[in-house]
Design a protein around this ligand. Structure first.
Ligand SMILES: [Zn+2]
Length: 310
């Protein structure tokens, strides 16, 4: 996603030193985020019990009834949206941002389509209701468990993971000239393309998004090695509000109501091209990170995790 420019000065963003990993201290809402997540995890366990009861009741329903409704996995399966970055159709306001060139398949979008398809296949094998979204976030404003956008950076860039940041009052759309050109700002330019309304990012959203980022980072940095063809740099998790604004304030985070919202730059064209060719390796790490998060939050039963591709 080389083409989304820095949100320079937007919201008074300030630089802070990156704190230790696996903490919430990168934001002002650190302890609140942890408390909220713990509270939520407790609530999710209760919900799992309810879902088990519901699932038991639904098992009495004729199988044909469920099939007729087109349910691809168990009725209680968590929904995970994998966005193939820059895949058409694009989101209004961002249609000019067509992605980086180069990489193992000639363009960023040819990578993101392959990677997202592979992740979806693996997640479905583990009982997750994984669905694909193009650049235009689809479905809009849905309440999925996870929204994950897959990208790679242009030559000279670096791999990294960004997560949705709670940052009022800037919890709103950013506008470019036309369909995504120039410097973004929080108010429309006269020639800005119309945008769909922004969904909310709450402290709970941030806590879950960061937890998913931690899980993905644990799996992904283990494979981002020279032995696997990566010759560039993987930065790990972006540091809260001080992180890369094009990632922490990604437009896709504001077109969904998913519980956890994350973007991953899988590497950079050029230096990491040999690594980026390894779709199965990359998709396995990403799907494992997703399963780790879903299992830890109780959204997916532990017995369902890593059944087919551990
Ligand atoms: Zn991209």
């Amino acid at each position: 996603m080389h083409d989304q420019h820095q949100l320079q000065g937007a919201g008074g963003l300030t630089r802070r030193p990156q704190s230790g990993r696996n903490t919430y201290s990168c934001t002002d809402t650190s302890s609140a985020g942890v408390d909220l997540l713990l509270h939520k995890l407790s609530a999710m366990r209760d919900r799992v019990i309810i879902c088990v009861v519901v699932a038991g009741a639904m098992s009495l329903m004729p199988l044909g009834h469920l099939l007729a409704r087109g349910i691809p996995t168990a009725p209680t399966a968590p929904v995970v949206i994998l966005q193939a970055g820059h895949q058409a159709p694009m989101e209004s306001g961002y249609r000019a941002q067509t992605g980086a060139s180069g990489g193992p398949f000639g363009s960023e979008v040819q990578f993101t389509i392959r990677a997202s398809h592979a992740v979806i296949t693996m997640l479905r094998a583990d009982g997750v209701n994984a669905i694909e979204s193009p650049g235009k976030v689809t479905p809009y404003a849905s309440s999925a468990a996870i929204f994950l956008a897959i990208h790679f950076d242009e030559a000279g860039g670096r791999g990294s993971i960004g997560y949705a940041v709670y940052d009022p009052p800037n919890n709103r759309n950013f506008y470019y000239h036309g369909q995504g050109v120039g410097t973004p700002r929080p108010t429309p330019y006269p020639d800005s393309a119309p945008q769909r309304g922004a969904t909310r990012i709450t402290p709970r959203t941030q806590a879950h998004s960061h937890a998913l980022a931690v899980a993905l980072n644990h799996r992904y940095r283990a494979i981002f090695t020279r032995a696997n063809g990566a010759d560039g740099t993987f930065l790990g998790i972006q540091p809260g509000r001080a992180g890369d604004s094009r990632m922490q304030y990604y437009y896709g985070f504001r077109r969904t109501n998913a519980t956890a919202r994350v973007i991953i730059e899988c590497g950079a064209a050029g230096s990491d091209t040999a690594f980026l060719r390894r779709i199965s390796l990359i998709a396995t790490a990403i799907s494992h990170g997703i399963i780790d998060y879903l299992t830890a939050t109780g959204a997916l039963g532990a017995q369902a995790s890593h059944q087919t591709h551990a």
